[in-house]
Design a protein around this ligand. Structure first.
Ligand code: AMP
Length: 278
């Protein structure tokens, strides 16, 4: 496995890989890797002749300075974890990635007007900037993203359409702890108590699937009430949306693809998760 720090080297190496006619799978990450990330890498390994992951805490997608500073960074351990699956790891500095300043502006239309969009102004533009740059430098055939970041997948698919890229976006299922808590690099920041209580998020989402109603208002009320019962959890939003357009629906009968997306603070730590109704 080759660890690459500069864009020049990355492009050189990938030029050779493409010239040899090999298919390339990319897994973009921000590091502090866990089994969720590794599930993407295992799939990339199975489906491609060459594999690349990026490990880069991308400052342009953080709208909160403290969140950026506190984001866990564990490069040495990460490299050991991915060795089995990756041919190349791109782990650049921010100076390297933003040698050309980040002036790009993407318009994701209605996809960015809901949920994470208004809550994290500038976040999806930052995601668009880094992912488009990685796509340009690496030119993957397939890129792997986790469904934990459900809205992000819709944004990346829109980026691919807008820029006319010949890249297949591969959504991968959420990997969870035995408790049901979705694995996240941010879980490392939870206290033991917060960590235990955070498992209630998925329990409540699952219980909401069993409610005998099609009314989104009723389901949202149930989830909000249940979250409120857990002392360390604070609901930011629970939205039930069309799985393609991400626009809110009123009834589970409004579309044949419906997903509930939640953001909850466990103490100071912002956690996201989602569940599919149909
Ligand atoms: P991050 O490092 O948090 O930016 O995540 C990098 C990629 O891993 C994104 O596509 C995430 O959606 C994905 N990912 C993170 N956590 C999980 C998880 N628990 N299950 C599946 N994919 C995940």
């Amino acid at each position: 496995m080759l660890v690459i720090k500069t864009v020049d080297e990355l492009q050189d190496v990938l030029f050779r890989v493409h010239s040899a006619g090999k298919s390339v799978g990319l897994v973009p990450t921000m590091g502090a890797l866990h089994e969720g990330h590794l599930s993407l890498m295992k799939r990339a390994r199975r489906e491609n002749q060459a594999t690349v992951c990026s490990i880069f805490v991308n400052p342009t997608q953080f709208n909160n300075k403290e969140d950026l500073e506190k984001y866990p960074r564990t490069l040495e351990a990460d490299l050991k974890l991915v060795e089995e699956y990756m041919d190349f790891v791109f782990a650049p500095s921010a100076e390297e990635v933003y040698k050309v300043p980040a002036t790009e502006h993407y318009d994701f239309g209605d996809l960015e007007k809901v949920m994470e969009g208004p809550m994290r102004p500038g976040h999806f533009n930052g995601v668009g900037i880094i992912v488009k740059r990685l796509f340009d430098w690496i030119r993957p055939d397939k890129a792997y993203f986790g469904e934990k970041d459900f809205q992000q997948i819709a944004i990346i698919k829109s980026l691919v359409r807008q820029c006319n890229l010949d890249i297949q976006i591969v959504p991968c299922p959420i990997v969870r702890e035995e408790s049901g808590l979705a694995l996240s690099s941010r879980n490392k920041r939870l206290s033991e108590y917060e960590h235990t209580q955070a498992a209630n998020i998925y329990r409540i989402l699952k219980e909401s699937l069993e409610l005998k109603t099609d009314s989104v208002a009723e389901i949202k009320k149930f989830v909000a009430n249940e979250i409120e019962k857990i002392d360390v959890l604070k609901l930011e939003y629970y939205e039930i949306v069309d799985g393609e357009t991400l626009q809110p629906v009123n009834s589970l009968n409004d579309s044949n693809s419906i997903v509930g997306c939640i953001t909850v603070y466990a103490g100071e730590v912002r956690l996201i998760d989602n569940i599919r109704y149909k």
